[in-house]
Design a protein around this ligand. Structure first.
Ligand code: ADP
Ligand code: MG
Length: 695
């Protein structure tokens, strides 16, 4: 049951005077909801200062003027195409009001000759005479004081005027309840936060433009409330996961020790640390849901495999789920070498495996004769049954949302889940989009990797680039040519790629060039990739569907056409394909001139940095999180009051705060805990709270 004190905030918009059914749809769309609270979260974006009211004889054009006038006379034009003029005056001078759209009856009623009225609007000067076109306000003389103030300006939509928003907002504000403080007293003091009530009030009564910016205390306070509600709800989901009985996976380490002996390299410190974190989590008697982050080439595969070995040591099955068949196959190729040396059973299950072979495989799986199964998401959607699955690794490309992850963890026998991301995700996005998960990061690359030589070159020099490419290929290199992202449709992407493919065939010989694109069947794509891997073809032309995880060690050159159209994270991913480390490789970012200032800056970041996390942060700043997560949305659009990255510091603080709260008061029983329950309700996180209690 929702606490009663919140009722005024949850009352429908229609309960406010002035919002009848005709405005309801518009206003709900404008403020993203139909409760009074939704309206209150619609904050002004600017102000108009209506305090200026110099005597008309001295008043200057360009100002918003607000004052008391007497109407002298109306001049109704002959034609409706001409403006309707009304002469008005104060004690010192006169002013002409112009109306380009007019109804004489309305004007005569609102501004009767000889009447005293208050008007407000922008002063202009015409032939040395003051004018005002369509005053913003016309009111009775007693409204002067109220009007001569600073007016907040709200984001609007067609059909909703600022006047209307102001009117209904003042009603909503009048009903604002005083709520108990849910924030930590010392944090409130340190941040100079007003109370929630005060903060909302101040946010709606800005006294200057500065008051409408994200960094004023009132706005920061409101943002923090929202961020804390979000982080607290996510922390509760994490805590709930930890209450769900799961497998205790703590093997004897035998397989893992043997693996380290046969491994041709030594693990980096970061890999070792992360492995410890994962093993400690797997050993707990609850289900694990953990995100493993690491830049391209940081060695996530070995970490995933060793963690799977832990499950196998416990005589349990493990599965690895890849986003595409080709990546599943590649993982299989790598892991089966390792598994073979250790004498454990590994298998690949994709849609391509059919008939008797598939039946046999499924039988073996169900009877526990397979230790590790690799495949695509088909692993879980088809009638695949394991004998005793206890650990799942998801090599994801951001295809799973919070809810999907929760449903996955509910499946079967509650396996421990490790999600690996292919793209480094900035911390802000980790907290907001993956806040339901625990988190490990490989923040170090294996030693001795050579940097990629990245160059930014205009398209006009592509002849030289092609000549250089020819030399490289003649000396035995293999290269990718990534075709431009054409904005409109996939079709035109394809057309551009085909065209480029044909041109390059003429230069390099058709037998040496291959093409992969998104419209091809997996089988066809696989076949081309195989030929590139084997070196039958030397140059691979690809649209962005190029499988970013695909490993072709001999490929050392990458050319990206119209690189300025790509996201930085995407460019980083692509470039990761040629980062071999032991051999110099070259990445050429071809751009179409002229380049905007930001575009140049973006490409220069690519030139200067190979740090995926830094690049992702920059990408987030420049393009928003949606591009990084591969979704259309920004990733932050669920927030109404918090602005990211502007409120980044508050997000980090809220994350810590939420952990602390739950550590000390896990059922939210203390006075602060009780108040925090209100906060959760206010932001409609009570669903989470409910499942939390039930769980
Ligand atoms: P990613 O994190 O991008 O999935 P991979 O696991 O595919 O990276 O590793 C990239 C390459 O680096 C592989 O060839 C892998 O064998 C190698 N590698 C992984 N860990 C190390 C290490 N500690 N030292 C040297 N090479 C390593
Ligand atoms: Mg990988």
């Amino acid at each position: 049951m929702r606490p009663e004190i919140l009722n005024p905030l949850f009352s429908p918009l229609t309960s406010l005077k002035g919002i009848g059914s005709q405005y309801l749809r518009l206003i709900s769309a404008l403020c993203n909801g139909s409760r009074a609270a939704d309206l209150l979260w619609h904050l002004p974006s600017s102000i108009v200062d209506r305090r200026y009211g110099a005597p008309l004889s001295e008043a200057k054009a360009g100002n918003i003027w607000t004052g008391l006038i007497r109407v002298i006379r109306h001049e109704e034009p002959k034609s409706r195409k001409q403006p309707y003029r009304i002469e008005v005056e104060d004690e010192t001078g006169s002013l002409t009001l112009n109306f380009f759209k007019w109804y004489p009856g309305v004007l005569k009623k609102n501004l009767p000759e000889n009447g005293l009225r208050v008007i407000s609007g922008k002063l202009e000067s015409f032939n040395g005479h003051l004018q005002m076109n369509h005053p913003d306000y016309i009111g009775l003389s007693d409204s002067l004081e109220k009007l001569q103030s600073i007016e907040p300006i709200y984001p609007l939509c067609a059909g909703v005027s600022n006047k209307l928003v102001l009117r209904v907002m003042s009603e909503a504000l009048a009903r604002l309840p005083h709520l108990p403080e849910w924030q930590d007293a010392s944090f409130v003091k340190q941040q100079n936060f007003p109370s929630w009530y005060e903060a909302l009030y101040q946010a709606h009564k800005p006294q200057s433009i500065a008051d409408t910016l994200p960094q004023v205390p009132a706005r920061r306070r409101l943002a923090y409330d929202e961020l804390l509600a979000d982080q607290l709800a996510l922390a509760m989901v994490r805590a709930r996961n930890k209450k769900q009985a799961g497998h205790v996976l703590a093997g004897d380490g035998l397989l893992r020790r043997r693996f380290l002996e046969i491994l041709e390299f030594e693990l980096t410190n970061a890999q070792k640390r992360v492995l410890k974190e994962i093993a400690a989590d797997m050993a707990q008697p609850y289900t694990m849901l953990r995100l493993l982050q690491g830049d391209v080439g940081s060695g996530k595969t070995a970490v995933a495999f060793m963690s799977m070995l832990n499950a196998v040591e416990c005589r349990r099955q493990a599965a690895l789920m890849a986003p595409t068949e080709i990546l599943a196959k590649q993982h299989f190729d790598t892991l089966s070498v390792w598994a073979g040396a250790l004498g454990i059973k590994i298998a690949l299950l994709t849609g391509a495996i059919k008939g008797k072979k598939r039946m046999l495989l499924l039988e073996k799986l169900a009877s526990g004769k397979i230790d590790i199964l690799i495949g695509t998401h088909a692993l879980f959607t088809q009638s695949v049954s394991f004998s005793n699955l206890a650990f799942v690794v998801i090599d994801e490309q951001h295809r799973f949302g919070v809810n999907q992850r929760l449903s996955l963890s509910a499946k079967g026998d509650r396996p421990d889940i490790l999600v690996m991301t292919a793209t480094p995700i900035p911390r802000t996005l980790v907290l907001t989009q993956y806040g339901d998960m625990d988190y490990s990061q490989i923040d170090e690359l294996p030693k001795g990797r050579l940097p990629v030589d990245t160059r930014v070159v205009p398209l006009s020099k592509s002849d030289e680039v092609v000549a250089g490419l020819k030399r490289k290929i003649e000396s035995g290199s293999r290269a990718y040519w990534v075709c431009p992202l054409v904005e409109e449709t996939q079709k035109s992407d394809l057309a551009a790629a085909r065209h480029r493919f044909e041109t390059l065939c003429q230069i390099f010989g058709a037998e040496n060039v291959g093409l992969v694109h998104g419209k091809m069947k997996d089988k066809e794509k696989d076949a081309v990739m195989e030929r590139f891997k084997k070196g039958v073809i030397k140059l691979l032309v690809a649209t962005t569907v190029i499988e970013v995880g695909v490993n072709v060690p001999e490929a050392t050159v990458m050319i990206i056409e119209h690189a300025e159209h790509f996201g930085l994270a995407q460019l980083h991913q692509l470039r990761g394909r040629i980062k071999r480390g032991f051999e110099a490789s070259t990445c050429i970012l071809l751009y179409g001139a002229p380049l905007s200032e930001t575009a140049r800056e973006r490409l220069n970041i690519m030139k200067k940095s190979e740090d995926g996390f830094l690049i992702a942060e920059k990408d987030l700043e420049l393009r928003g999180g949606g591009e990084i997560l591969g979704t259309r949305q920004s990733g932050f659009e669920n927030f109404r009051l918090a602005q990211l990255p502007e409120h980044k510091d508050l997000l980090f603080a809220a994350h810590k705060d939420a952990e602390l709260v739950l550590n000390m008061d896990k059922n939210l029983q203390t006075p602060r805990g009780q108040a925090l329950k209100l906060l959760l309700y206010l932001f409609e996180k009570d669903e989470t709270t409910k499942t939390y209690k039930a769980g």
